[in-house]
Design a protein around this ligand. Structure first.
Ligand SMILES: [Zn+2]
Length: 316
């Protein structure tokens, strides 16, 4: 074998290794020149909560550092009551100073279907009044629990209200149960502060990758095109510990991590699916609306119950 053919065979070998790592479909996407894209969106900002291992300032700093290391700007969907004190405002200011977009996730984090419209809409405005002080606040709104109403009247009334106040919908494309992993992790650490984090980190990555693949397939099936994804994770201990690994995972698997404001430019975010109950991932909702998937779309789309068996198996 001469040097040039040796060179070719090495490249072929590299190509095969890449295919094995990425899976055939991802490789095909890369070959077509459209790298899958995902933005990080972070909900709740539960900074009043105390957790084992890391205090609120450290959790906040570690999440910010992970984003900074990737030079990526996220969107924070802030629950007002979680940050409505001196420490909360100081911690939130760090997000704005670092250029991350802040957006409205209501003040009280009520479940809209269970709350009177007047009360819920006032609560949205209470969060708006708090967030408007931050230079990177943008009028994007996300319903707590992604629950947007159980009747057409309830759903459409809030859609009209949000539009009248200049809001657009900060939909999630990739929904998941990171919060359920976080709950198990905190429980374990409260029982044993020296417990290994490895299994939790591995499942966090496995689960979020699994959900990303699911919703990306759904996008391509329903819309016949790739979309700019918005991943939903929460501001919690798991994110503080594992976000660097998560971002690294996407990059290693051929995904591009994009700024949240860029992702929200995708026309997908102007959709208003006609389904009831309204809500869930926007991709789930559009799939449901299409009527093409029948019982294959579980409800709720994501929940702790779906992950319980796997977490039990892994002794998490
Ligand atoms: Zn929330």
């Amino acid at each position: 074998m001469d040097m040039s053919s040796h060179g070719i065979s090495r490249r072929t070998c590299m190509g095969m290794m890449m295919s094995a790592l990425l899976g055939c479909r991802s490789t095909a996407v890369l070959a077509a020149g459209s790298q899958p894209e995902i933005a990080i969106t972070i909900d709740d900002f539960a900074l009043n909560a105390s957790t084992p291992l890391l205090d609120a300032d450290t959790r906040n700093a570690q999440i910010l550092e992970a984003l900074q290391a990737m030079r990526v700007q996220a969107a924070g969907f802030v629950c007002g009551k979680q940050v409505d004190n001196r420490d909360g405002r100081r911690r939130l200011a760090l997000w704005s100073e670092a250029g991350h977009m802040l957006a409205n996730h209501t003040y009280s984090h009520w479940r809209y279907p269970e709350i009177d419209f007047q009360k819920f809409s006032s609560d949205v405005l209470q969060a708006d009044a708090l967030l408007t002080a931050y230079p990177t606040f943008r009028k994007w709104f996300r319903f707590p629990y992604l629950k947007e109403g159980t009747t057409a009247e309830q759903r459409d009334r809030m859609r009209a209200f949000l539009k009248a106040h200049g809001y657009r919908m900060g939909y999630v494309t990739v929904d998941a149960s990171d919060w359920a992993i976080d709950a198990r992790l905190r429980k374990r650490l409260s029982e044993d502060p020296h417990a290994s984090l490895d299994g939790y980190r591995e499942f966090y990555l496995e689960h979020l990758w699994d959900r990303t693949q699911f919703y990306d397939r759904l996008a391509r099936e329903v819309l016949q095109r790739p979309v700019k994804h918005t991943l939903l994770i929460h501001h919690n201990l798991a994110a503080a510990l594992f976000l660097p690994h998560l971002l690294q995972m996407y990059v290693e698997r051929g995904w591009r991590i994009i700024n949240a404001e860029t992702a929200f430019q995708d026309p997908l975010f102007a959709a208003e699916p006609d389904i009831l109950p309204a809500g869930e991932s926007i991709l789930w909702a559009l799939a449901k609306e299409s009527g093409r998937f029948g019982d294959k779309l579980r409800y709720p789309a994501e929940d702790e119950t779906y992950e319980r068996r796997r977490m039990d198996e892994l002794k998490l």
